[in-house]
Design a protein. Structure first.
Length: 202
């Protein structure tokens, strides 16, 4: 089960980073399409930390980080390669898959700190005797998502937009992802119970 969770985590992470280029409207809010999948990485992270512990969760986070760098490197190489004269979509390909170095750096650093904190907080709450799985999952996600959003928005957009707009973006993205976690918690809880049962963990 750990291998399956690991694979799902990395897959959702990579797909969300590609989808981040697309902007979507959620009522009056404008968000990146990554908000559809990226919160799932936090849910899987909660599952890994809850069932397998911090070390296993951190190993998955590092694996995701490494695969993210590999994917981006591959895209950069393919963008740099010369295309045949009849291929008309090189600019579009580069536009969608060639994130700016600044945003790439912001995304990778935010991911590493946000997910690591998420796993750390959940495990520390469990070690301290916190019996509520709901509290552990939601509070760890809240901390992780806010740190992720603060780092990403600050590094990625500082100096390019007003500070109040940056603050709004941070609060909106972190709040949306945390609400996502709350809504889907019943599913998360059942999956955690199932994995524990399969693994023979109490």
């Amino acid at each position: 089960m750990y291998l399956i969770c690991n694979t799902l985590f990395v897959t959702c992470l990579l797909l969300s980073n590609i989808a981040a280029f697309k902007m979507i409207a959620v009522g009056p809010l404008t968000l990146t399409a990554a908000v559809i999948l990226f919160p799932i990485t936090y849910i899987i992270n909660d599952l890994l930390a809850e069932v397998y512990g911090y070390k296993k969760a951190k190993s998955t986070i590092v694996m995701g980080f490494a695969m993210n760098i590999l994917m981006v490197t591959f895209f950069m190489v393919t963008i740099a390669l010369k295309a045949p004269v009849w291929f008309e979509y090189s600019e579009e390909y580069a536009l969608v898959l060639g994130n700016t170095p600044r945003l790439l750096c912001a995304s990778l650093i935010a991911y590493l700190f946000g997910n690591t904190l998420n796993a750390k907080v959940l495990c520390k709450m469990k070690e301290a005797g916190g019996k509520s799985l709901f509290a552990r999952c939601v509070l760890s996600t809240l901390v992780g998502e806010f740190v992720d959003s603060i780092i990403f928005v600050t590094i990625g957009f500082m100096g390019t937009m007003p500070n109040d707009a940056m603050l709004t973006m941070i609060v909106t993205q972190a709040s949306f992802k945390t609400v996502y976690e709350i809504i889907i918690f019943p599913v998360t809880q059942e999956i955690i119970k199932y994995v524990k049962r399969v693994e023979g963990i109490q």
